[in-house]
Design a protein around this ligand. Structure first.
Ligand SMILES: O=C(O)C(=O)C[C@H](O)[C@H](O)COP(=O)(O)O
Length: 205
């Protein structure tokens, strides 16, 4: 397993994937990796999440993690399915303790100073800033970076192809997460690969 910082630095964008049809998992992962996005966050929002992780791991180069992990049983099930990193929308003490004790690359969500301080108490300093736009957007992230200069973020939530580069230009931002790379509706792998290629080419504006 890579550490979470290495994973965050692999690509500028982590696509957040909600799998409604398990048959889409493999072609979707192939299209994303072909476009240059190797780090894939499969949410456990649907019943296909764990099976999708198993399916996507077959794609050479893919680094597949689980998202929307809410508790330790889900974390353990994700690891069993082959998840290489774990993302959660918030930070709970049980998740942080388990991840640290078992050396699991873990990206918990934070949205304010107290969340970050709890994470630091657990030895964590790489976080998902979630929900990024609704929590105050770039001004909030910049303000949090003042007292927490050592902390690095993956802002996620409300970020688009149009705004991603501005987020990526922030020194405290290692990557961003978002669902825009996989538009809702029927799966169009050509379109996904194009959007992935554009996202993979993003640099800070
Ligand atoms: O399910 C989770 O735990 C999540 O990770 C939430 C996602 O990060 C956002 O839903 C992605 O935000 P959008 O790019 O605005 O769609």
């Amino acid at each position: 397993m890579s550490d979470i910082e290495t994973i965050m630095r692999t690509a500028p964008v982590i696509p957040v994937l909600v799998i409604d049809d398990l048959a889409h998992a493999l072609p979707l992962a192939q299209a994303l990796v072909a476009g240059g996005l190797r780090v894939l966050e499969v949410t456990l929002r649907t019943r296909h999440g764990l099976d999708a992780i198993r399916a996507m791991k077959a794609v050479p180069g893919a680094i597949v993690g689980a998202g929307t992990v809410l508790d330790v049983p889900q974390l353990e099930a994700s690891l069993t399915a082959g998840a290489e990193f774990i993302v959660s929308p918030g930070l709970t003490d049980p998740l942080a303790r388990f991840a640290r004790a078992n050396n699991v690359p873990f990206l918990p969500g934070v949205s304010d100073a107290s969340d970050i301080m709890r994470g630091l108490d657990h030895g964590l300093d790489r976080f998902k800033f979630f929900p990024a736009e609704a929590s105050g957007g770039l001004p909030a992230l910049r303000a949090l970076s003042g007292p927490f200069g050592q902390v690095r973020f993956c802002p996620t939530g409300g970020i688009t192809a149009a705004t991603a580069a501005t987020w990526l230009a922030e020194p405290a931002v290692l990557c961003v997460g978002g669902s825009w790379v996989v538009p809702k509706g029927p799966l169009d792998v050509g379109r996904v690969e194009t959007l992935a290629r554009e996202a993979a080419g993003l640099r800070g504006a």
